[in-house]
Write a protein that binds this ligand. Structure first.
Ligand SMILES: CNc1ncnc2c1ncn2[C@@H]1O[C@H](COP(=O)(O)O)[C@@H](O)[C@H]1O
Length: 347
C-alpha cells in the first residue's frame, strides 16, 4: 500500500513520451511569440493571434483539427528560425514536465525558405544542442501523412535512412484518418523495415479507418507499436495481443477530439491493460489538448483508481516499448527502479 497519487508524484515520475507530434506540441504561447515577431516584420499579416485561434475554450473535432495544422500553424512556423524557436520550447516543456526520454515525431515539410532536408537537419541540430540532453534524451520519428502519394512516402523513408545515424529511430503513419489509401505505402514501410527503422502506425482512430481490410493491411507493415487503437475489432485485438505490440494511448486527445464517447473513465485504457501489451500513456498534441504527460498519468490514476505502484508499472511498460537502444533501456530501467524505491509509503 502506498500514498495516493497527486500532481507532484506524477510530475516526478521518470516518464517516457513516445507519441508526440512536434508541431502539435508547440504551446499557443510559444506560437504567439512567433506570431508577434512575424507581425512586427510584416504588419499587414492577416493570420490570427494563436492566443485567440487556439484559445482554451475551442473544441476540436476531426473536421477542425487537421486544418489547424495545414492552414494555420504551418503558416506561422515556416522558416528555419521559427522551427528552431519552437522546437527549443517543446524540448524545454517536456523536460520541465519530468520527461526523461522523448521520441518526437514530425512530418518532413518544405517552404519557400527551407527544403524537407533543411527542416529535418534543423530539428536534429536543436536536439543535439539541447542543454539538458543528459537528463532527457530525444530521438526523432519521421511521419508519413496519409494524404502523401507513394513517392512522398518513400521520400520520408529515405530521409529517415539518411539521418538514421543522427537519431532517427522510426517511421510513423499519421494524418487525417478519413483520407488516403494506406495500401499505397506498403513499399515505403517495407524499405524502412529493411534498413532497421522501427514502425509505429496510427491505428483504428475513427470508424472510417477501422475496416478489417485496412487494419490487416496496416498489420502487414509489421509495426512495432500502434497509436490510439480505438475501434479495434476482437479478431484484430487478438492479433495485436499475440504480437505484444506497444500501444500508445492518448487519453485527453481521444476525449477532447471526441474519438471516443464519454470522458476519461470511458476510455479504452483499461481494456488494453489486461492484454499483456505494453501500454504507454502519451500526449499526442499537448499544445492543442493542453494536458501534459504528468497530467495524463494523474487523470488515469483518478479515473481508474490507480496507485503509485500502478503508475510506476506504467513507466516500466513505456521503457519496454522505446525504439532507443539497450543503453537507453538500461538508463531508464535504473530511473524507474529508483522511483519504485523512493515511492512514499503511507505513514
Ligand atoms: C488525433 N491525433 C492525430 N491523429 C493523426 N495525425 C495526427 C494527430 N495529431 C497530429 N497528427 C499529425 O501530425 C501533424 C502535425 O505535426 P507535425 O507537423 O508532423 O510535427 C498533423 O498535420 C497530423 O498529420
Amino acid at each position: 500500500m502506498t500514498a495516493r497519487v497527486d500532481a507532484a508524484f506524477a510530475k516526478n515520475l521518470p516518464k517516457v513520451e513516445l507519441h508526440a507530434h512536434l508541431t502539435g506540441s508547440i504551446t499557443p504561447q510559444c506560437l504567439h511569440e512567433i506570431w508577434t515577431q512575424k507581425k512586427s516584420g510584416d504588419p499587414s499579416m492577416t493570420l490570427q493571434d494563436p492566443l485567440e485561434a487556439m484559445s482554451k475554450d475551442k473544441v476540436w473535432d476531426i473536421m477542425t483539427f487537421f486544418p489547424l495544422f495545414s492552414k494555420y500553424i504551418y503558416e506561422l512556423c515556416s522558416t528555419p528560425a521559427s522551427i528552431v524557436y519552437s522546437i527549443n520550447a517543446v524540448l524545454r516543456d517536456f523536460k520541465e514536465d519530468g520527461v526523461v526520454y522523448l521520441e518526437l515525431r514530425t512530418t518532413p515539410r518544405s517552404s519557400s525558405s527551407m527544403s524537407k532536408d533543411d527542416y529535418i537537419a534543423t530539428i536534429l541540430s536543436c536536439i543535439d544542442d539541447f542543454p539538458h540532453r543528459n537528463v532527457m534524451t530525444t530521438y526523432l520519428i519521421l511521419s508519413i501523412d496519409r494524404r502523401n502519394i507513394p513517392e512522398e512516402a518513400m521520400e520520408v523513408v529515405d530521409l529517415a535512412i539518411q539521418y538514421q545515424s543522427r537519431g532517427i529511430v522510426g517511421v510513423d503513419l499519421c494524418g487525417d484518418p478519413s483520407k488516403g489509401d494506406i495500401s499505397t505505402f506498403k513499399e515505403a514501410f517495407h524499405k524502412a523495415k529493411l534498413y532497421g527503422l522501427k514502425i509505429t502506425l496510427h491505428f483504428a482512430e475513427v470508424p472510417a479507418s477501422s475496416s478489417l481490410l485496412e487494419l490487416k493491411t496496416l498489420l502487414s507493415f509489421r509495426p512495432d507499436r500502434l497509436g490510439h487503437v480505438v475501434h479495434v475489432p476482437d479478431k484484430i485485438k487478438a492479433q495485436i495481443k499475440a504480437s505484444k505490440l506497444g500501444l500508445e494511448l492518448c487519453v485527453s486527445c481521444n476525449v477532447q477530439a471526441r474519438l471516443i464517447e464519454g470522458g476519461v473513465a470511458d476510455h479504452h485504457f483499461m481494456s488494453w491493460i489486461k492484454t499483456g501489451c505494453p501500454v504507454i500513456l502519451c500526449t499526442d498534441d499537448v499544445g492543442i489538448f493542453d494536458s501534459t504527460l504528468s497530467n495524463e498519468y494523474l487523470l488515469v490514476a483518478q479515473a481508474f483508481n490507480l496507485s503509485r505502484d500502478d503508475l510506476i508499472d506504467l513507466c516500466d511498460q513505456a521503457v519496454e516499448a522505446i525504439f532507443g537502444d539497450r543503453h537507453e533501456k538500461q538508463r531508464l530501467c535504473a530511473l524507474v527502479k529508483e522511483a519504485r524505491e523512493n515511492r512514499m509509503p503511507i505513514d
